[in-house]
Design a protein around this ligand. Sequence first.
Ligand code: FUC
Length: 729
Amino acid sequence: MMNAELPRTGIRVLALAVALLGASLSSAHAEDILWLGTPAAEWEKEAFPLGNGRLGCMVFGVVEEEHIQFNVDSLWTGDENPAGGYKTPGMGDYQNFGDLYIALDAKGTATKYRRELSISRAVSRVSYLQDGVEFVRETFCSHPDRVIGSRMTASAKGKYSGRIRLVGGRQEKTSVQKNRLFFTGTLPNGMEYEAQVLVAAEGGTVKADGDALVFSGCDSLTLTLAAGTSYVMDYARKWKGENPHQLVASQVQAAAKQSWSKLLERHVEDHQALYGRVAVDLGKTADAQLSMPINERLKAIRTGQADPDMEELLFQYGRYLLIACSRPGTLPANLQGLWNHTNKAPWHADYHSNINLQMNYWPAEVTNLPECHTPLLDLLAASLEPFRKATQAAFGKDIRGFTVRTSHNPFGGMGWKWNLPASAWYSRHFWEHYEFGRDKKFLETVAYPYLKEVCHYWEDHLKTLPDGRLVVPNGWSPEHGPTEDGVSYDQEIVWDLFSNTIEAAQALGVDAEYRKKLASMRDKLVGPKIGKWGQLQEWMEDKDDPKDQHRHISHLYAVYPGRQIAPLTTPELAAAAGTSLNARGDGGTGWGRAWKISVWARLNDGNRAHKVLNDMVSFNFYDNLFDCIFDLRPPFQIDGNFGYTAGVAEMLLQSHAGTIHLLPALPDAWATGSIKGLRARGGVEVSFAWKDGKIHDRVLTAARDVKLTLKMNGKVSEVSLSAGESKRL
Ligand code: FUC
């Protein structure tokens, strides 16, 4: 399925074109599936994640006792954190909401065990044989119906007997009312919350037993879980809305009234409307390998076996996870997305502004999930007032604009060091949301005011050097090096902010004088410099150590996600960026490797991008394909999943330099393949297929009238499309 929001006129032409293109897909997947032959022993390495943006869970699939751990995106301690400390209570922690356990009495040995997660349907499934009976469990987290649904069935009647427990994450008291378990609580910051699970059985009996439900001789069990908090994304209301009781009760009730098949159908349809917009084929994995469980496939990859289907699966998995943890109206994906089983998660599972939060959203626009980008923009917009207040408290009450610290929470509270250019980096997300979708109203009412306000901060904060050039004073290349003036990371981000703001004003036809002012300031900024070993300097002074392999590559912002440096427009600087990146090495954290994939892609080095990608696939993904920061060691951090997906997209399509470039960084490993439904800047959707590195088929679809420059197979051409038109070229 392609973009569900396509203008009607284009749909028929597109359907035909896509059908033709589809024929050139060599290994189209009916379903994209992760599967393992064992239950999950460890939460972060093996359990499978599900989510509807707000409510999420991890399914373990243990035969004797199913375990579903769940979260709600807003269950956080903390507040506006006026102290600004990172360990102060105000910084808060993202909480485990609770755990649902379904213990089964059956004791026989289970055989033919299989645990899978279909990411194209967003359904987890566990199946096994026990005493000649086939047992099946299906679980999903419905966006349209706002609940987790879990159903256990068997090929024979009366096989389910056991006990259901609902356990809160903070020793809450669980209560039982008929076939319903629930608990409520209030966090120290006043946030109220509640979870309920309703149990329906076919056959047999279900009875209360203390704080649990006991079931006996049932043919099947269906559990419906809803959970919520009193959080609202509204500073004026002190982030506090209604007690969630009514809503949670009505969600459980409404979902439980529907048949299982209806609930499932509504869920799958909703998921596929997003997931199905993009399809990818990067080559064919050998059948023997393809039939192995994920853990075995990862092991084979570590011994050097090629597995392009795994590379595709991981690409789609990033999209799956974004759909699961970031939907309109929810909070944005934190360091762990939406999934956390401890009340003291690494780095508070916060919003980290020096790479991590931004990376979470790198795939959103290009992989055709623009609505999944909006939670980030919404929270940033909702946090403006507390960000302004904190900036003024720290730097003086007359300050215009605002900036942010390295970490923040959903109450506008911030902690740890100031990260002065981060608000400008955030502005790029507003700009990109416009660039890809070309929604003028959004640009005018949301994006441009945000960009302009951040510009005000920088207009007042740049320092003039004796020669008239401008620098950001007292900066820091994140987590690396001294505090000093003119750090490349700062300079490049401010350049990007001014450039984007100028283009935004141009697009709106406003602020002509102001544009000139910004352009003149931008042109005076100390720019990227090439140092003594041919490197792109990380600092104003030429002091980079060629042996330094620090995980952050902040000075390469100008290559990606920025656009100040590109082989086409600034070839010498691009070469210097390559020298720097080469010296940094191919290792690093999950997110570090992911960033390197995109930078090598922007430098048009597909084979090097693929080398780093292969290292990442080998060392940064657990058996549930969650990204881990360090080589196969905790903690899990979701930015690497998203950064990986963005990196693959960047290898296949680029549109940052005024040209839509197809296959800008194709590695030899992906000589033949196809991609459907990526988005390019300018409101264009792109699908194409290639063989032996040459594109032989492509479809462009425009949401509005556009003239664009297309680069492919080494040639540049001009293409015009009118709104809704789909052209097969
Ligand atoms: C940045 C990184 C760390 C970690 C943290 C959450 O500070 O340098 O490695 O990813 O974010």
